[in-house]
Structure formats: structure tokens, C-alpha cells
Design a protein around this ligand. Structure first.
Ligand code: FAD
Length: 444
């Protein structure tokens, strides 16, 4: 069997490795249009900020290393430009030579990811100090701009995960950062009262916040950013991080169905309309685990999980993707901000009945040094006890509480079961009544 994979990072590389582990005979060919495969996207902001000092730590596998280790044919700088479904072939453009050639497949896996949204804002074409961040070349460009131009001021546009991580890392480099966000809060997965804590912390750390204020235009080669309120911000560089859009050209040209925001539609086995073509990762439409609606959730866990499942399915194993809950976490300076499931905004929009509780327990025994309050919000269905979502903001212990709740949700535990979770306790880590237990007690 010959399996061709498009995209060699999170989803694609995972699928390739699992395919080889399951079948020593299969012919596996992986195409990546960039120079690098299997790099640590999520580490890129921390390399720019200096927390990760060595560039090569971002490169998890090399083309040669992975080809050899897994006995597969990996071709970088090779863009798949067309799918010929009728003849089960793909057309590849070798970006070194511009030559085009064909490769046949029995099964095709698309893991092309999503690219940064870059709208046609007036002046954007002339803004030669404007960057987006997706891959290693983007990272190199940003780092060299910062290192060689004595950057004093930066504007980050968009208060999502990447925007906030970039804001922190630029502040770490001694740069004065302004964050411009069109909606009235950062971090869309949070409800506004939770995001307010993040706003306060950002301001404390010296970030100038422009909330509810979109970018109207760029002037003077991007050194002046005009916002809709009429104000302007002078800057030496701009990071544009207002979200991503699926890489759907191949699928679209091959007449495969597209769904929400142009994502590739797949079934529960991650097959597109064409059963020999699978699609995974940021580019696909997933089902929201809590409310059942179709959505796009571009995160690394789903891409990895789907990569594994696709390899299982191709090898005849039981493999069903159960939807995405959107469990996510970010470090914002001294805070950890995490969430899982649906927020109140989403539940209201879909008219799903819920009750919300807020608690503020200390992360571990108050008498042991280093504890700090965690603001924990839990959303659940009062009739059935079903947990619908949770959000937490705090300095320590946030990650495990959200992970425990996410686990409870996947295991179909109710809010009442949270009282009865027997969780690890010693004073440096928790209290005999863990914050998750307390949420269960408060929920009743
Ligand atoms: P990718 O990993 O983007 O891989 C797709 C690859 O396909 C790309 O390398 C692309 O060049 C290649 N490709 C596309 N089209 C073609 C073609 N036609 N031919 C050949 N190759 C092609 N997620 C988290 O959960 N936590 C985090 O902390 C986090 N931090 C992030 C920080 C940054 C800066 C970025 C950019 C992303 C971050 N993410 C994070 C998101 C995470 O990286 C993605 O969800 C994940 O990489 C998606 O995997 P994928 O395989 O769908 O796409």
C-alpha cells in the first residue's frame, strides 16, 4: 500500500510515524512545501524572546533523520499542487527546480494546516516591518528584525494565544508593546469577567492595551498604525496575529466539500467525501464535543490525535474521532490562563441552558508558601449535571485543574462526581479539598 501525506509538521509527521509503526511494508511518501518538517510551532515565540536560546531545539526531526529512522520517503521544498482523484495521483512542484511531476497514491492524507489571516488593510503592502508567525522562516525574519534594528516599540495586532505570547516575549526583550484588539477582550475562549484579569495583568506588565479598537490603516511603511477610534500608534515593528484560515486550496480544487470557515469536511474516521483521501489538523472541520455543532479548532492536540487515528484507520483498526473540546492553555507573563469546553458566550448564543459558578480557592494549602488564588469558572447543566466548560486564571496550579475537568468531561462525569474525585494532596500541591472538589461542592 502506498500512502502519500501532504504536510510534514504536527498532523502529517505524527501520521507518518504511526503508519510506519503499524506497517513495516507500506510505502510512505511525505511532502512538505517548507524547508523544515516536524518543527515546534508552539515554541517559536519563546525562541524569539530568548527563553529557548537555541534555534536547533525547535527542530524536532530532520528530513534525513526521520527518513532514516522510519524508513520513509520525505521530500521537503515540495509543494503538492493538485490532486487527480480519478487517477489517484498528486502533482508535485519541486520548489528547488520548479519541475512538476506526479506521484500515485492508494491513500492520501492532507495535513496542510492553516495560515495567518492577512486582510487587505490600507497600507499593509508597504508595511515592511509587519510580520506574521507560523513557521521557522517567519521566526528567523522576526528575530533578525529585532536583533539588528534596535527595536524599541512594537504593535501586536490580535489578542489571541499567539498575540499574547508574542507580546510577552517582546516585553522580555525590553520592547515597549501595544496590543490592538478589535473585540473588547483578549483570549476569545474566556468570558469577559475572566479576560478582565488578564487585561489587568497585561497593563501591570507595561503592555498598552487598545481594546475594542480595530486597525484602520498603516502609514509610513508601517511605522504608524491608525486605529478606528481615531488614535494612532507609532511603532518599529508589527506582529499581525488575528487568527488563521485553513489551507484548503488543494481540497477545494479537487471538489472536496468545505465547511465552516472553509475547513475541509471529514467524517468520524477523518475521511473526506473521497474515502481514499483523509484530512486532519488545523485545516479540517471538527464537531464541537460539547454542543455538537461544526467548527474549526486549530490546536496541536487535535492534530496529533487525528494523525494517529488516521494511521490506525488506514491499517484497519478501530478509529473514531470524537470531536474537539478546545482544551487550551497559555502563559501570559506571571499568569496561566486555561479553558476547556464551551464558554458562557457560546452557550448563550446556542440557547443551551447552563449554570455558572465562580470560585477563588488558593492553589495549595494557604500555610505553605507560594500558593496563589485561582479564579475558576465552571459551567454545567443544572438538570443533568453535565459539565459544559471551565475556565481558570491564576499564577500556579491552573493547568492541572483544567486538565482534571477536561478529563472528567471526556469521561462523562457530572459536576456532582467532581466532589468525589480523590486527587493527590500534600501542602505544596493542593488542599485536602482540591479546587476541583470545591467546584463540585459549590455546584451542589
Ligand atoms: P501544521 O503543523 O501547520 O503543518 C502543516 C504543514 O503543511 C506546513 O508545514 C505547510 O508548509 C505544509 N503544507 C501546506 N500545504 C502544502 C502543500 N500543498 N504541499 C506540501 N506541504 C504543504 N497549538 C497548541 O495547542 N498549543 C500551543 O501552545 C500552540 N502554539 C502555537 C504557536 C504558534 C506560533 C503557532 C504558529 C501555532 C501554535 N499552535 C499551538 C497551533 C499548532 O501549531 C497547530 O494546531 C498544529 O501545528 C496544526 O497541525 P497541522 O498538521 O494541521 O498543521
Amino acid at each position: 500500500q502506498k500512502i502519500v501525506i501532504v504536510g510534514g509538521v504536527a498532523g502529517g509527521a505524527t501520521a507518518a510515524a504511526r503508519l510506519r509503526r503499524l506497517n513495516e511494508q507500506a510505502e510512505i511518501v511525505l511532502f512538505e512545501k517548507g524547508e523544515y518538517i516536524s518543527f515546534a510551532n508552539c515554541g517559536l515565540p519563546y525562541y524569539i524572546g530568548g527563553t529557548i536560546p537555541q534555534r536547533d531545539k525547535l527542530l524536532l526531526q530532520s528530513v534525513e533523520g526521520m527518513s532514516k529512522k522510519f524508513n520513509m520517503d520525505i521530500r521537503n521544498l515540495s509543494e503538492v499542487i493538485r490532486i487527480d482523484r480519478a487517477n489517484k495521483k498528486v502533482v508535485i512542484k519541486d520548489l528547488r527546480t520548479n519541475n512538476e511531476y506526479e506521484e500515485s497514491y492508494d491513500k492520501l492524507i492532507l495535513s496542510p494546516g492553516a495560515k495567518p489571516i492577512k486582510p487587505a488593510i490600507p497600507g499593509i503592502e508597504d508595511a515592511n516591518n509587519l510580520f506574521t508567525l507560523r513557521n521557522i522562516p517567519d521566526t528567523d525574519k522576526i528575530k533578525s528584525h529585532v536583533d539588528t534594528n534596535n527595536i524599541k516599540k512594537a504593535v501586536v495586532i490580535g489578542g489571541g494565544f499567539i498575540g499574547l505570547e508574542m507580546a510577552e516575549n517582546l516585553v522580555d526583550l525590553g520592547i515597549d508593546v501595544s496590543l490592538i484588539e478589535a473585540s473588547n477582550q483578549v483570549m476569545a475562549p474566556l468570558d469577559s469577567e475572566m479576560a478582565a484579569m488578564v487585561h489587568e495583568h497585561l497593563v501591570q506588565k507595561g503592555v498598552t492595551l487598545h481594546l475594542g479598537d480595530g486597525v484602520q490603516s498603516f502609514e509610513a511603511n508601517g511605522t504608524k498604525v491608525n486605529v478606528t477610534s481615531g488614535a494612532h500608534v507609532d511603532t518599529d515593528m508589527i506582529i499581525l496575529s488575528i487568527g488563521v484560515t485553513p489551507e484548503n486550496t488543494l481540497a477545494k480544487d479537487a471538489d472536496l466539500a468545505l465547511g465552516v470557515r472553509g475547513t475541509i469536511v471529514v467524517n468520524e474516521h477523518l475521511q473526506t467525501e473521497d474515502e481514499d483521501i483523509y484530512a486532519i489538523g488545523d485545516a479540517i472541520q471538527v464537531t464541537d464535543y460539547v454542543n455538537g455543532t461544526p467548527t474549526m479548532i486549530p490546536l496541536a492536540w487535535p492534530a496529533n490525535r487525528q494523525g494517529r487515528l488516521v494511521a490506525d484507520h488506514i491499517n484497519g483498526l478501530q478509529a473514531t474521532y470524537n470531536g474537539t473540546m478546545g482544551t487550551a492553555i497559555a502563559k501570559v507573563f506571571d499568569l496561566t490562563v486555561a479553558s476547556t469546553g464551551n464558554n458562557e458566550k457560546t452557550l448563550q448564543r446556542l440557547n443551551i441552558p447552563y449554570r455558572a459558578i465562580h470560585i477563588h480557592p488558593v492553589s495549595h494549602a494557604g500555610y505553605y508558601p507560594g500558593g496563589a488564588p485561582i479564579a475558576l469558572k465552571l459551567l454545567f447543566d443544572e438538570q443533568t449535571g453535565r459539565i459544559l466548560g471551565a475556565q481558570a486564571v491564576g499564577k500556579t496550579g491552573v493547568d492541572k485543574r483544567i486538565d482534571v475537568i477536561a478529563t472528567a468531561m471526556k469521561g462523562n462525569l457530572t459536576v456532582h462526581d467532581l466532589q468525589d474525585l480523590e486527587l493527590a494532596y500534600a501542602p505544596p500541591y493542593s488542599s485536602a479539598k482540591d479546587p476541583v472538589n470545591m467546584a463540585g461542592y459549590v455546584a451542589g
